[in-house]
Every structure is written in structure tokens, then in C-alpha cells.
Ligand binder design. Sequence first.
Ligand code: GTP
Ligand code: MG
Length: 477
Amino acid sequence: MREIITVQVGQCGNQIGCRFWELALKEHAAYNTKARYDDALSSFFQNVDTRHEPAIKLPVGDGKGSIRALKARAVVVDMEEGVTNELLSGPMRDVFDTKQFITGQSGSGNNWACGSHHYGPMYRDTLLEAVRRQAEDADSLQSFLLLHSLGGGTGSGLGSYMLGALADEYPDVYRFSVSVFPSEDDDVVTSPYNAMLSCAALAEHADCVMPVENQALMDIVTSIQSKSLGSQRGSSLSGLDSGDVGGRAGHGGKPWDGMNGIAANLLLNLTAGMRFDGSLNVDINEITTNLVPFPKLHFLLSSMSPVAVSADRGRNIPAPRTMDQIFTEVFGRDRQLASVDPRRSTYLACALMLRGGVNISDANRNVERLRRGLKMAHWVSDGFKVGLCDRAPVGTPYSALCLANNCAMQRPLDAMNERFGKLRKRNVYLHHYTEYMDLADIDGAAECIQDLGAEYGRLDIARVPDTVPSIEPLGIR
Ligand SMILES: Nc1nc2c(ncn2[C@@H]2O[C@H](COP(=O)(O)OP(=O)(O)OP(=O)(O)O)[C@@H](O)[C@H]2O)c(=O)[nH]1
Ligand SMILES: [Mg+2]
């Protein structure tokens, strides 16, 4: 048994986290028809008998015991109450226990330094106590999974602080993050500082980071919307899961529900191998070994096919894809969760996490077909890591998630650096930060990210500036 503790911090982290738990429960409800509490389920959920006071935590045993009440192995953190109160009163409330919540009142005011240097030390003991409770309930804790945005103050600042604290307290437990990078038109004016400071902390303290760019999420949602409009007029083979993509148009007028649905589906695909059986399941710690050739270069670009945004695939069956299409798409530009084109840059490592009716020979055949269009560092020419999980996302026969350690990561890092430089050059908003931290540490973080971008650039032996390598035409199956 290898458990994962999810740490969701700040507004964005909690919105995505909540969506993940909702979808994960739906997947398990669809497949775990005998309602058994088995090893796979126990990686993310505890089984609790709430008829007793205090509630009794039931062990996995022989894996045939029945599910009573599932509780997320999670720690829920925000320095303001709005989102967490919504969680506690919403449809997902039964998956959490109030002891898992750590909440402040006034937020970090979109200030990384306040989240990290003020709330961090103030809440350290409370946070670690909540983590310790979860860790004690785990038989063999494998990883922490941090969900947060880089643009605000709490998810970015307190999230960074927590990563450092977890590294101190649990040095042998892997630290993964799904980190939402702000878009260029972000509504948080200080987001360039926050993103830079938290990215430097991720480089330092995380084992693996999966960057998700809000711009890329928005582009995908827009594309789904236009394709689903098209399909209402005629037939569509878009492969995108059209459905409730817009949802609530929150602050900034962005389609948050759809965007968060995509991020939550990334989590579902990433963790499927731990939540279900499979002939070649990939553990989250195998990802760090296989996909991180150099310690700080642990930023993994992700892409999925089909791309699903909706919570309820029963209502929204994705358009059919051929198996070869899903492989082609995950190496293409349109399904990337960061706004990059990995075909233009060098792959340092790559994993394909496949679900449903895909076997190893399908994977090998497609990798063979596609690799000629990809630039790969010499040490990975044979080294695609493949994971096979028996259970496809509900409503689809198979799916693919590609995780790529690719030099295209230089682009988001350089963009972050440029946005930071625009503010830093004029010293605007800096006093909010120097109230809590030294200027030298802010510039040190920027230097770290510049170096990281330059390192990806240095390893990019195969940059192709103007042309995209062609990928062989699809074999229709
Ligand atoms: N994808 C996505 N991004 C979000 C969401 N909510 C906020 N963001 C982005 O996250 C950044 C702001 O961070 P938040 O998560 O709101 O801030 P916080 O961590 O709660 O920190 P403070 O409110 O400053 O204390 C901006 O870049 C927003 O565009 C969301 O629901 N989904
Ligand atoms: Mg907030």
C-alpha cells in the first residue's frame, strides 16, 4: 500500500482539488461495483465507519471489506474562509472532516511574501499537525501532492513554505505539485512576483512539478466550445469532451469550471495507476526516477487525449477517437496544458500513461510511428516510460496522458522572467514584499529561474525555430 496525501492550498488549489475528489469518486462508483475497500482505493481514500463516535478508521484487510464512508487523504488550507466554507457546505462535504481544514480569515492579499514569511511560520505547527494526522493513518506514505496556483498569495506563498516544511519533516516522501501558472492577462497585478518566487521554491523543494498554464486551459476550453457549436451543426470528430465547459464565469470572466475540470482530469489520469489495477501500473515515484534526469529539471509538461472538462461524462460522452489519434494528439500542440509546442524542442524524458483497452504493443507501435517527428536527447531514444491502467475514464474506451520533460519548458520560464522584470525594473509593488523579506532573496529567486530556463535552453540540442517536424500520417484503425 502506498498512500498519497493531497495538500490543497489557496482558492485555486481548493477549487481544483474539490473537482478532483468529485471526479475520482465518480470513477470509483462506476468501476467498484461491489463497493469493496481495496488497496487501490486506499491510496487516496480512508474508509471510515461514521456510525461510531469517534468514527472508526477501517483497515484494508483482505481487500474484500465493504466501503462505509470514504474520506479524502487530504489537508485543506486557505488563509480566507470563502472557498473552504463552500467546501464544507457543498456536495463534497462528507469527503472531508473539519480537522483536515486549516483556515485563516484575511487571506495573503495576493502577496507571496505574506503567505510564505508571515502565515508560514505562524501556522507551521498547525499545518504539520494536520499532515501528521494524515501521515499516521497511512501504512506506507509515498507522496505529497500539492495543488495550488502561483499567481496569488496563499497557494503560492504558503504552498512554497509548506513544501519546504515537508522536505524538512518528511525528507523520504516524494513531493509532487500541480501548479497553475498565471496567464499574461492575469487579474492579480502582483502575480509576476508571486509566480517567480514560488517557482524558485518549486525548483528547490519539489521532486516533480506539473505546470498548468491558465492560458492553455482557456485556449482548450474555447476550442471545445467552438467545436461543440460546430458539432451541433454537423458531425464532429473533435475528441473533446464537450459539455458544461463554461460553467460559472467567475472573476475575470474566465470559464473556471471548464478550466478546473481539465486540471482535475489531469489528476485523474496521473493517479489512475494508483487508484485502479493495471497490467503495467506506474507509481508516482517511478515518474521521478524516469522523468527527471537532472535534479532541478523536474518540470513535466502534460498533455491529454481525449481532453475532458466536464464532471459528468455520463452526460458528455467525448466524440470517438481512434487509438492512433490519441497518441498523435498528446504529442501535438493543441492538447498541451502549458502553451508550448514540445515538437520544436528536445525531449529529455517522456512517459505515456495509458488507460483502458490499450496494450503495450499499441504503445510501442505508436511510439515507433511518432518518434521520427520528435527530437530526443540521446539518452532517451529508447526510453519512453509506459504505464497501463485497466480502467479508462468513464465513457471512453481509452485515454492517454503524456508527461514530458521537454526543453520547451524554457518558454514559460522565460515568460515568467520577462513579466517579473517589467515590475522589478521600476520597483513597483516591491515594498509589499520587502515588508516580509529581503530584496536579495527576491532577486535570488529570479536568478534561479533564469538559470533554470538557460539550462533547458542549453540542453535543447534540436531547437527547430520555424518548422515543426512532421508526424507520419495517421494509420486508420
Ligand atoms: N485555473 C484556475 N485558476 C484560478 C482559479 N482561481 C484563481 N485562479 C488563478 O490563481 C491566481 C490567484 O490565486 P488564488 O488561488 O486565487 O489565490 P490564493 O492562493 O487564494 O491567495 P490569496 O487570495 O492572495 O491569499 C490567479 O492567477 C488566478 O487566475 C481557479 O479556480 N482555477
Ligand atoms: Mg485567496
